[in-house]
Design a protein around this ligand. Structure first.
Ligand code: NAP
Length: 242
């Protein structure tokens, strides 16, 4: 059995990624923070399609929870390697910097950037020894271009992009690839309060994207076929200029 971990797999983009990664033949570890019912829905849909998976609840912003949860899983599954890691879980807490609360700066950095460090560090060693691995980080247009009202989120996503490029070079010789996917406006709970009819005017494709459209690109980067692609950022944004 081959194993993949997808963070934030209970809803939105992460859920669509879980479905696609299962189609690649992986047993998917579906991480989430609170929403057990939605995480179970993801698992049920994977199983209905003939795939397999299990839930793995931990808060990606808490290093102790990450370590405890992954170590517990490894104890139960000795001699296995989690060879695909999709760092997808993320939050945003938008405000202009002068009104930004310190906890919203820290919360967004912890959830979107520090999580990349703690989870990847815990899993990459096994991939190196195994001489195969795929790491895909879900970043954002905001981390490439910067968006007003999102200094915290832009800093976090931009940090993940830079860290991914550095890590890609550290592990390339061991057949471990590290890439980023940068969505634009995608229809999920995260964008539910945004006005698509106003915002779509600035998108050349004149619409928001779907979680499935992001998941297709992630699936390619997580597959053996993407063997010579590393350190890249692929935008999935309907043609928004970045
Ligand atoms: P979403 O619909 O709000 O779903 C967020 C997912 O992340 C949920 O599964 C949630 O789990 C999980 N999560 C949040 N905080 C967590 C934590 N501390 N620990 C563990 N899991 C946590 O978001 P989305 O739109 O699918 O976004 C997914 C990724 O794409 C994020 O990194 C986001 O920044 C990025 N992105 C999204 C868009 C967009 O337009 N939607 C654009 C660019 C980038 P629970 O269900 O348990 O809460």
């Amino acid at each position: 059995m081959k194993f993949a971990l997808v963070t934030g797999g209970s809803r939105g983009i992460g859920k669509a990624i879980c479905m696609e990664i299962a189609k690649l033949g992986y047993h998917v570890l579906i991480n989430y923070r609170n929403n057990t019912e939605e995480a179970e829905n993801t698992l049920n849909q994977i199983q209905e399609n003939g795939g397999s998976g299990e839930l793995m609840k931990f808060d990606v912003s808490k290093p102790d929870e990450i370590r405890a949860s992954i170590d517990k899983w490894k104890e139960k599954n000795p001699d296995t390697v989690i060879e695909v890691l999709i760092n997808n879980a993320g939050i945003r807490k938008d405000a202009l910097i002068m009104w930004m609360k310190d906890e919203d700066w820290k919360g967004v950095l912890n959830t979107n950037l520090d999580s990349f460090y703690y989870i990847t560090k815990h899993l990459v060693q096994d991939m190196i020894v195994h001489k195969y691995g795929r790491i895909v980080n879900i970043v954002s247009l905001s981390g490439i271009k910067g968006l007003p009202g999102q200094t915290n989120y832009s800093a976090a996503k931009g940090g993940v992009i830079a860290a991914s490029k550095a890590l890609a070079q550290e592990v390339a010789k061991k057949n471990v690839t590290v890439n980023c996917v940068a969505p634009g406006f995608i229809k999920t709970d995260m964008t539910a309060e945004l006005e698509e009819k106003d915002l779509k005017r600035m998108i050349p494709m004149n619409r928001f994207g779907s979680a499935e459209e992001v998941a297709q690109v992630v699936s390619f980067l997580a597959s053996p076929q993407a063997s010579y692609v590393t350190g890249e950022v692929i935008s999935v944004n309907g043609g928004l200029y970045t």
